[in-house]
Ligand binder design. Structure first.
Ligand code: AMP
Length: 210
């Protein structure tokens, strides 16, 4: 199964991706995580992406397309994958088509902007392994500590309120048109994000029929 998860930043794509990933035993590919990783290790790509990611803007298409092209060639992607955070623009979706990748389904996770602004302020991440948490909705067993690897949880720089506003604008302008793109291709399924994560999960799993 080749899936795309669409949705505004903070809509809960990452959490849903992790759950579907376990159910279907296919990897999640998060361009955001790959870029943050590159930033942390100071690679050339990371340095190029730094100012974009920190100001809430999109990293240039050619950079992320290159990342995806390389990642999808790896062995673990041969039985399918979940794309979390890619594509985010029409040119990125067209690039995926040109690579000959046939996507089975695109799940659009719908959450109102006001809810997102509230949720994102409580989001915490583990910079070591990429796991995400929330101070109200998805608490780690020990406050401030990652369940998976034991590292310290932090708030992402781009989860600060002003940057979130910018990221939502970017989403509406550049990413939302993808809903139409995939609806026309007969691939779009919409899931209304619920207050409780497990309720959203029920709907997401039904949307991908697992
Ligand atoms: P995310 O963790 O998916 O919210 O991504 C964090 C940031 O990484 C975004 O705000 C962008 O700056 C950058 N990014 C991630 N994926 C993409 C993409 N497909 N196209 C452009 N920029 C991206």
């Amino acid at each position: 199964m080749k899936l795309i998860l669409l949705g505004a930043p903070g809509a809960g794509k990452g959490t849903q991706a992790e759950i579907i990933s376990e159910h279907l035993n296919i990897p999640t590919i998060s361009t955001g995580n790959i870029i943050r990783e590159a930033l942390k290790s100071g690679t050339e790509m990371g340095l190029k992406a730094k100012s974009f990611i920190e100001s809430g803007k999109l990293v240039p298409d050619e950079v992320v397309i290159g990342i995806i092209q390389d990642r999808l060639k790896e062995d673990d992607c041969q039985n399918g994958f979940i794309l979390d955070g890619f594509p985010r623009t029409i040119p990125q979706a067209e690039a995926l088509d040109r690579m000959g990748i046939v996507i089975d389904r695109v799940v659009s996770l719908e959450v109102a902007d006001e809810t997102i602004a509230r949720r994102v302020s409580g989001r915490r991440v583990c910079l070591a392994c990429g796991a995400t948490y929330h101070v109200d909705y998805k608490k780690p067993a020990v406050e401030g500590v990652c369940d998976k690897c034991g590292d310290t949880l932090v708030q992402r720089k781009d989860d600060h309120p002003d940057t979130v506003k910018e990221r939502l604008e970017v989403y509406h302008e550049q990413t939302e048109p993808l809903k139409d793109y995939y609806a026309k291709a007969g691939k779009l399924v919409t899931v209304e994000g619920q207050e409780a994560v497990e309720d959203t999960t029920r709907l997401t799993l039904a949307a991908v029929e697992v």
